[in-house]
Design a protein around this ligand. Structure first.
Ligand SMILES: *Cc1c(COP(=O)(O)O)cnc(C)c1O
Length: 459
């Protein structure tokens, strides 16, 4: 935008949080004590924490100022009305219902519209979305375009819904069994890949033909809108805010985690147009989250989100955000590290199976790479592969479709020199790659094993 090669962070630092510099020996000890599971490592033993971008961003001075303004009245707090106005300024849904985070909105929505025999269609359900759909007895079906499943295929909108597959799924399952169609922007589980406006409009048209409600899982709406502005023909003259408003106008409702593009550390919302649906959702909200003007959040959290929504659609912020993720991707490619291409909005996904071909999937190449990055430089990423998805409900094990390591970039938290350091750590890991060993699992729970399994390195 400003014509320079260096992406300067569009902020300066006002408050600092020291990083503890650890030694390789210390990190080896911590790893062994955690059973080689990075979820078991204490975060103050991590130097650059790329485990997730959820709730880990830095807030602005204006957000901290807004926190002081937070009004903690039980009912009708001005903080709620500021929050509601900020949401409606982007997404003009009739009812905005605050929740403590995204999955609480999903839980409420699918408790109302889900149930046995129901089928929810999505480009790709995020794990908590899928879990909340399935918990009601309904089925979650993913319909992303084929390009979205191939790591090395370049496509500008790999998060798009496969429109033919959507039509087929509607006729196969029947309108009566489909409570809604959902679009996840950006497509988190598919590598943070965006959805085009054209695809969104086409899905809306298909939903109209079949009289189906269309919902957004809007967690990274601003990043998605930036990609539309950058990549979609005819969108370059528009502001991100205008694009976001159009995205919202195409839908009948949304779920949202404010821990992502709300630029807050906690929070979320459920928004809908339908009065009867809103009434049912608010009734459930009161059971588990709280009164409808705070929904499980403090007034100060509502203020932080309201201010965050102003900041997240700013072009200087988004240009820096997306460029700095690409910067890490480009650096990894220069080192010869295979990654999911093009880089998504919030994370870079390394193809550990391709990088460590000598480690078979059932010896967890993603785990081997993630632990090597921690041991080498205190960098924490997240295995997304056979450890996460390989254990079947019947207790058998099979390789996941891919063995990835995700480096998720928290918002406004690390500088370019932190990312240069991450690349330097990776350079050393690349040199050691042929000598890295796989793991075996020595202890695991029956489900969601990646959080608590313990591993032993193979000799
Ligand atoms: C994070 C996320 C959620 C769930 O939000 P939480 O705030 O973590 O409960 C849902 N969908 C997507 C796409 C997400 O990235």
């Amino acid at each position: 935008m400003h014509g320079f090669r260096t992406i300067i962070e569009p902020f300066r630092i006002k408050s600092v949080e020291p990083l503890r510099i650890t030694t390789p020996g210390e990190r080896r000890e911590k790893l062994a004590a955690a059973g080689y599971n990075l979820f078991g490592v204490h975060s103050d033993d991590v130097m650059v924490d790329l485990l997730t971008d959820s709730g880990t961003g830095a807030m602005s001075s204006e957000q901290w100022a807004a926190i002081q303004r937070g009004d903690e009245s039980y009912a009708g707090s001005p903080s709620f009305y500021r929050f509601e106005a900020a949401v409606k300024g982007l997404f003009d849904f009739k009812h905005v219902i605050p929740t403590h985070q995204g999955r609480a909105a999903e839980k409420i929505l699918f408790s109302v519209v889900g149930g046995k025999g129901k089928v929810v269609l999505n480009n790709t359900h995020f794990d908590t979305t899928r879990a909340n759909v399935e918990f009601t007895g309904a089925t979650a079906v993913d319909l992303v375009i084929p390009e979205g499943k191939q790591p090395s295929v370049i496509h500008p909108f790999k998060g798009n819904m496969d429109l033919g597959a959507l039509e087929r799924a509607i006729s196969e399952h029947g309108r009566a069994n489909i409570p809604l169609v959902m679009m996840t922007i950006t497509n988190n589980s598919g590598g943070g890949q965006p959805v085009s406006l054209a695809n969104m409009r086409a899905v809306r048209a298909i939903c109209d033909q079949h009289d189906l409600p269309f919902f957004l899982d809007g967690c990274r709406f601003a990043e998605n809108a930036w990609f539309i502005r950058e990549r979609e023909p005819g969108q370059q003259h528009r502001t991100v805010k205008e694009i976001v408003q159009e995205l919202g106008s195409l839908a009948d409702g949304m779920t949202m985690s404010a821990k992502k593009d709300g630029l807050a550390n906690i929070g979320g919302w459920l928004a809908v147009d339908d009065d009867a649906l809103a009434l049912k959702c608010r009734n459930l909200l009161i059971l588990t989250e709280g009164f409808p003007t705070y929904g499980g959040l403090a007034g100060r959290d509502l203020e932080a989100i309201a201010q965050g929504l102003e900041e997240v659609v700013k072009h200087e912020y988004l240009e820096y955000r997306i460029r700095s993720t690409q910067y890490v991707g480009e650096g990894l490619l220069r080192l010869g590290v295979p990654i999911v291409q093009p880089t998504g909005g919030h994370a870079v996904y390394i193809d550990a199976r391709a990088m460590l071909p000598h480690i078979p999937p059932l010896q967890y190449p993603g785990q081997a790479l993630a632990t090597a990055l921690y041991e080498e430089g205190g960098v924490r990423g997240c295995e997304i592969g056979t450890v996460m998805f390989g254990l079947k409900p019947d207790g058998t094990e099979a390789p996941a479709a891919m063995d990835l390591v995700r480096l998720a970039i928290p918002r406004r938290t690390y500088t370019q020199s932190h990312m240069d350091y991450v690349l330097e750590v990776m350079e050393r890991v690349v040199k050691r790659a042929p000598t890295l060993k796989g793991y075996r699992i020595v202890e695991q729970p029956p489900a969601l094993r990646h959080f608590s399994a313990r591993f032993s390195p193979l000799a």
